[in-house]
Design a protein around this ligand. Structure first.
Ligand code: FES
Length: 117
């Protein structure tokens, strides 16, 4: 049985959990990426979609391109600290550009959005 979410629960801008995937509706398209942030493993299905259609991590706001899984902006903080950390953020971003999130197609199928294997 494929991982899926009810399409009614995934309006534009929403992120939902489907098994190991964070399923995203950017408003322009559907996508699925692996759920663990490359920074400190936050659950990306608790994140949100920003105005540019990127998936934003709920802990330190690293941003991901959901079409490639690449981290496009590094974290704003670490552990319990939330604030500017430019050198550190750039280092994590370079790591996240190489070790990308896994990406799957997500498609509308009847009443559900299904993550393709
Ligand atoms: S855990 Fe995702 S940005 Fe820190």
């Amino acid at each position: 049985m494929p991982d899926s979410v009810p399409a009614a629960d995934l309006p534009p801008g929403a992120v939902r959990r489907a098994g190991p995937w964070a399923v995203v509706n950017t408003g322009d398209r559907l996508a699925a990426v692996s759920r663990r942030c490359r920074h400190q493993l936050a659950d990306l299905s608790d994140g949100h979609v920003d105005a540019e259609g990127c998936l934003v991590c709920p802990w330190h706001q690293a941003r991901y391109d959901t079409s490639t899984g690449e981290m496009v902006s590094g974290p704003r903080g670490f552990l319990g600290y939330h604030g500017p950390a430019p050198g550190y953020s750039g280092l994590v971003k370079r790591f996240g550009q190489v070790l990308r999130l896994r990406v799957r197609r997500a498609v509308r199928r009847g009443p559900d959005v299904v993550v393709e294997p």
